[in-house]
Design a protein around this ligand. Sequence first.
Ligand code: NAD
Length: 499
Amino acid sequence: MTTSINHFINGEETAGSGTETQPVYNPATGQVTGDLQLASTEDLNAAVAAARTAADTWADVSIAKRSAVLFKFRELLAANTAELAQIVTSEHGKVLSDAAGEIGRGLEVVEFACGISQSLKGDFSDQVATGIDVHSFRQPVGVVAGITPFNFPVMVPMWMAPVAIAAGNAFILKPSERDPSASLFMARLWKEAGLPDGVFNVVHGGKDAVDGLLTHPDVDAISFVGSTPIAKYVHETATAHGKRVQALGGAKNHAVVMPDADMDVAADHLTAAAFGSAGQRCMAISVAVAVGEAGDLVVDKLVQRAKDVKVSDGTDPSADMGPVITPASKSRVQKIVGEAESDGAAILVDGRDLVVEDHEEGFFVGPTLIDQVKTEMSAYEEEIFGPVLVVVRVDSLEEAIHLVNANPYGNGTAIFTSSGYSARTFTRRIQVGMVGVNVPLPVPVAWHSFGGWKDSLFGDHHIYGPDGIRFYTRAKAVTTRWPEVSEASGASFAFPSSE
Ligand code: NAD
């Protein structure tokens, strides 16, 4: 049975006026489960108009009342985690514990946004010149659109909406068309939390809907998370239309394993970071850079661990890993592994032909481990976004740093070592936005901001945390004089100085 997946505009679910729909699949079974309504231009305009009107009144609501809505939303999200996780798993495929984990990380950002009173405190300078004070504070930018990827249908929207809304903006979410139902569930929770109609809206669609938001004169800012070519396009198009833009792109995250690392710890972490969520995380480790004798030691341990990963329907409590998102993703993984094989790499664990019993139509690929990979191979150059870990062997930390820095992406990286000196050298010299020391997925907690360097981020601001507050607000500085009696003494044409 398929359900119609609607938009959420001005506090109401609506099928809109669009005539096109798109199927939504359960990737574990390959069955169509939903029929997604794609927004027409009228639907998009209705969402922007609702957000515009709501933004003007919401910005004037007191901080105390805004944060009360955030606190209520936080309680509702926590109470509904299990149901929301089921929705995520049914359309994304990740295992239920992983779906609950992403909701937990989203919840963390809601908690950060609950403290908006602290984050929005301004600055005041007394008596900057005789009888003159200056204060500066931040005001909302207005209407904000968030365009999000399939791989975190709850967490990534939560990187954006709670901070934007707490800061006094109205928000339009354009979720991924592959797993859109979680966004509707969250819209209902926002309404139940008491958020006024029009402050949080959801419109569905693909390129047309995105283009509509990027060029709409009443949208003030765009937060995007997705692949690098689209991030670049979004940044170029929306800035050309006068908008503030943060566009987070793809990744190829390297973990450097030093010979002095605890090899069991490194192998455990690499296995989870490479194959968790079927490798479909922007912070997944997809390249292990083994230094010197770490090579044979860690590869031996990785082989056994990769073979032990249990692949099944994400609702199976014993599953470690579910399917990939589409048949096209599965084919891409199979193709790139085949190219690595032809190019002379060693396929140590091969998940290309995995079939999961009773799920023969599901989009499954098993964990795949490839050794002896060279930087000119497609398995190294491309973001595979599947359960594939490639091993590149180098001779020194210096060579490892050079390798990571030469890669066009700069999202996340990690080093496994017992040497403080190696860790410090690596963290200082590496040209990557988020770095882990013996931590494989260094996703910053909500009160630090998240963002990569180079082709992993276009724009000036990282997302959530302090940078999120800066992105969703504009600064204003006010210079004030309140003389006791008139000080009129004729116009002075010299540039004002502080006296
Ligand atoms: P995607 O780029 O295909 O889609 C992201 C969004 O862009 C979706 O909402 C989609 O509808 C829209 N879109 C797709 N094609 C478009 C086009 N031609 N014009 C305009 N809009 C378009 O990404 P995806 O496959 O959904 O997600 C996986 C990618 O996201 C990976 O590259 C991953 O690394 C990246 N990602 C990055 C981060 C990060 O923090 N840097 C986080 C999560 C995912």
